[in-house]
Design a protein around this ligand. Structure first.
Ligand SMILES: Nc1ncnc2c1ncn2[C@@H]1O[C@H](COP(=O)(O)OP(=O)(O)OP(=O)(O)O)[C@@H](O)[C@H]1O
Length: 303
């Protein structure tokens, strides 16, 4: 194993020794196939994909887009009040798996999800489950902040009105204020609640979207690359916010930033070509991964 500690997020990566330099898949002279990272076998998931205090569980999850399979037999628990990060190379299925957890894939006509998926033990794909109510319990924050073309107030009040969570204007005012406070935005916007949400900065818009998700009292918040469109200061604000939110919510975040995964999460799940290769405590994934593919990824050999 290479010196993985020397390649921890945030630390400069040592140049690989010549003997460690990844070889091309086919020798240019002999045509002989080299063993590449894609040849490494994935036999189930190593590490700790299952936990005792699961808030959400997926078993034997397959996802198809038409004939093409995007997720292969994933078993994963998301623990109550944990932040779990999902990492892996582009196209490995991180967002697809995240969307399984609140049935956002239902909105893609060619997408088919199989397996068993539960929230507090209840089947979220069962006939009795209303996807709209499910998405209030399992909220989502997207890569690009997407406030509605409405006032700041109405953005936050939207879901509460939809689900009848406030019986009068004063209750709604309190709910909007409490949600903006939890999202760390209230001080900045308290005098501008009737101004359009789209007039805020990118980081403020993302916190507004978090306030909108929080306003319907979710139990789980899914975040799909929530800071990739933000500058480092807005990113740091969202990361601090996540740390505060984890005492009340369970959070699953897809991120391309290994530094971010290391900073915010307690467990990290590494996906590769639609398979869940490794799940472990975040410290372990980044300092002493069990699987060769995880090591290849975190040391920057591909991805
Ligand atoms: N709406 C869709 N229709 C058809 N194929 C899709 C769709 N969304 C995703 N896919 C395919 O599913 C596979 C997994 O994609 P997904 O977006 O989940 O990966 P990802 O790991 O989140 O990638 P990235 O890091 O680039 O966002 C890819 O091969 C992708 O092309």
């Amino acid at each position: 194993m290479t010196d993985v500690i020397n390649t921890m997020p945030g630390m400069p990566r040592a140049a690989p020794l010549e003997s460690e330099t990844p070889k091309p898949a086919v020798d240019a002279i002999t045509g002989e196939k080299h063993r590449s990272e894609f040849d490494v076998e994935i036999n189930g998931t190593v590490g700790k994909p299952l936990v005792d205090n699961a808030k959400m569980s997926s078993r034997n999850c397959d996802v198809f887009y038409g004939d093409k399979q995007a997720i292969f037999g994933v078993d994963l628990d998301i623990g109550n009040n944990e932040i779990i990060a999902m990492i892996g190379p582009s196209g490995c299925g991180k967002s697809t798996f995240l969307r399984v957890l609140n049935r956002m894939n239902d909105t893609i006509s060619i997408c088919r999800v199989t397996g068993e998926h539960t929230l507090d033990g209840e089947d979220i794909y069962g006939k009795k489950t209303d996807p709209v109510l499910l998405r209030a319990r399992v909220g989502m924050v997207f890569q690009k902040p997407n406030p509605f073309p409405k006032s700041i107030y109405d953005n936050v009040a939207y879901g509460a009105r939809l689900h009848g969570l406030a019986s009068n204007r004063s209750e709604l005012d309190d709910l909007v204020e409490a949600s903006l406070i939890k999202a760390g935005l209230f001080k900045e916007v308290k005098d501008d609640l009737q101004k359009p949400g789209t007039g805020l900065s990118g980081g403020q818009q993302q916190r507004l979207c978090i306030a909108r998700a929080i306003a319907v009292d979710p139990e789980v918040i899914l975040m799909d690359e929530p800071t990739s469109a933000l500058d480092p200061i807005a990113t740091a604000t969202i990361e601090e916010l996540m740390d505060e939110l984890k005492s009340n919510y369970t959070i699953a975040i897809v991120t391309h930033s290994m530094q971010q995964a290391a900073r915010v999460s307690q467990r990290t799940a590494y996906f590769h070509m639609g398979k869940l290769v490794e799940v472990n405590d975040t410290d372990k994934v980044f300092t002493n991964p069990e699987h060769q593919l995880t090591e290849n990824y975190i040391t920057g050999r591909f991805g």
